[in-house]
Unconditional design. Structure first.
Length: 153
């Protein structure tokens, strides 16, 4: 593995969050390391293709990278786009039923859930309490309606 790829792999694996390519660039700069942008993007692609890291494509359109390769899932906040790990296993019968219904052979059970994180929920609740209105509830319902429309139509 090239020096550049090893350094980028270390950045992703050491991250507590799920960095985007832009985050990787910023973290390299913080360490005084300057690689060409093409090198960084190509390295992330290579590391993903070779199974060293995982690419997470969430609803915000930005690819994020995960250096934790053990079986786990993710949950993304629809408001701030924070992504966190979820270590609750999927029920085995769900996987078998999915294979039966689709004809697919499931070889990766990575799953992305979406919702509102505790921090954003607290802000929405605080906004609601300070204004004395239902703006936060309306905002949450607007998110839900938008998602229903996106997934059904």
């Amino acid at each position: 593995m090239t020096h550049q790829r090893k350094v980028i792999l270390d950045i992703v694996r050491e991250s507590e969050d799920h960095p985007s390519a832009a985050d990787v660039i910023d973290r390299l700069k913080e360490k005084g390391i300057h690689f060409a942008y093409g090198t960084i993007y190509n390295s992330l692609k290579y590391l993903t293709e070779q199974g060293y890291i995982r690419e997470i494509r969430a609803g915000d359109g930005v690819s994020r990278y995960d250096g934790r390769m053990e079986a786990h899932h993710h949950i993304r906040c629809r408001i701030c786009n924070r992504i966190e790990e979820v270590y609750v296993p999927l029920p085995l019968n769900w996987l078998k039923q999915t294979e039966k219904e689709t004809g697919y052979s499931v070889d990766d059970e990575g799953f992305l859930l979406e919702g509102v994180c505790p921090s954003c929920q607290a802000k929405l609740d605080s906004d609601k309490a300070s204004t004395g209105s239902n703006d936060a509830s309306r905002e949450k319902e607007a998110f839900r309606a938008k998602e229903r429309e996106r997934t059904t139509g």
